[in-house]
Design a binder for this molecule. Structure first.
Ligand code: F6P
Length: 321
């Protein structure tokens, strides 16, 4: 049996490339002969029945746009069983047999709950955090890294002119990948991530070592999830190194912008695969890439897969700085 009607939603923090994934799932779905419905505001909109039929043209002019045309939300209601059951009822009422969920870790856990209630779900990894264990990369991560790299470039100019230390606090509550990749690519003197215990004295020592080897300024890239306050760190650095320190928090700038080619490609390939596995009624799946290959893993198994922190990259960044 093949499916006839599917829905698409985006959930959690938005990520550049979500629109490309919507476009791909939508158009692949229509190409396979299915009807495709768009659900607004993630699980919140699903509970509220905020659902509309999408047409081929609904995917027009969105490939290059950041954000998500379907809007997104973090739903606390959806954590409760009664609302999950309510959502299943809404899907049944619309005759929607399968759901494409584009989002991160939390959204994937929500998808697993839906699948336990009998709805087939295909998860597409969409988050700038890159914190999903079952896939090499998540949609939006490459764009966010490049946005952050550009910021580091700008900050280098002014930081070196004023001979300062600049702490750039990037997004990532539990996952330091954005700090790690942007820090390595941007030549940060110190990278601080939640996965590795951080010591203020060691940070000062590294900055001082740079100063004594002739560096006129220092860049520290710190993930927001590191439990050292940036202001406190700046004060201690000023005291210990005798140089002014500044803090830059780019915040949501990292979540916006036009997706890179890599993110558009990942979104197009995984979005299409999601529509395909639903069409073929293959059970709930998590779609992603493993060593460059597109995979559609059993959803429950994928939820249980632990993400490996790239300690090799972290160590290399320390050697190179
Ligand atoms: O999308 C993930 C993320 O960017 C985290 O890195 C960040 O802490 C969080 O979202 C903040 O998002 P919001 O304020 O929208 O909940």
């Amino acid at each position: 049996m093949t499916m006839k009607r599917i829905g698409i939603l985006t959930s959690g923090g938005d990520a550049p490339g979500m629109n490309a994934a919507i476009r791909s799932a939508l158009r692949t779905g229509i190409h396979l002969g299915m009807e495709v419905y768009g659900i607004s505001r993630g699980y919140e909109g699903l509970i509220d029945g905020d659902i509309q039929k999408l047409e081929w043209v609904s995917g027009g002019d969105i490939l290059h746009r950041g954000g998500t045309i379907l809007k997104t939300a973090r739903s606390s209601r959806f954590m409760e069983k009664k609302w999950q059951e309510h959502a299943v009822g809404i899907l049944r009422a619309y005759g929607i047999e399968g759901l494409v969920v584009i989002g991160g870790e939390g959204s994937m856990k929500g998808a697993l709950e839906l699948s336990k209630l009998g709805v087939d779900v295909a998860v597409v990894p969409g988050t700038i955090d890159n914190d999903m264990g079952y896939t090499d990369m998540t949609i939006g991560f490459d764009t966010a890294v490049n946005t952050t790299l550009n910021l580091i470039g700008n900050i280098r100019d002014t930081s070196s002119s004023h001979e300062r230390t600049t702490i750039i606090e990037v997004m990532g509550r539990h996952c330091g990948d954005l700090a790690l990749y942007a820090g390595l690519g941007g030549g940060a003197d110190v990278i601080m991530v939640p996965e590795v215990p951080q010591d203020i004295n060691e940070v000062c020592r590294r900055v001082l070592r740079g100063q004594s080897s002739g560096k006129v300024h220092s860049i520290i890239v710190k993930a927001e999830g590191v439990d050292i306050d940036s202001r406190q760190l700046a004060e201690i650095l000023e005291e210990m190194t005798g140089r002014e320190a500044r803090i830059v928090v780019p915040g949501y700038i990292q979540r916006g912008g036009s997706p890179t080619e890599a993110d558009r490609r990942l979104a197009s390939l995984t979005g299409a695969k999601a529509a395909d596995v639903l069409y073929n009624d293959s059970g709930s799946r998590a779609v992603g890439t493993l060593q460059g290959e597109i995979v559609a893993l059993d959803l429950e198994k994928a939820v249980g897969m632990k993400r490996e922190f790239r300690m090799d990259m972290y160590n290399l960044a320390n050697v190179l700085s």
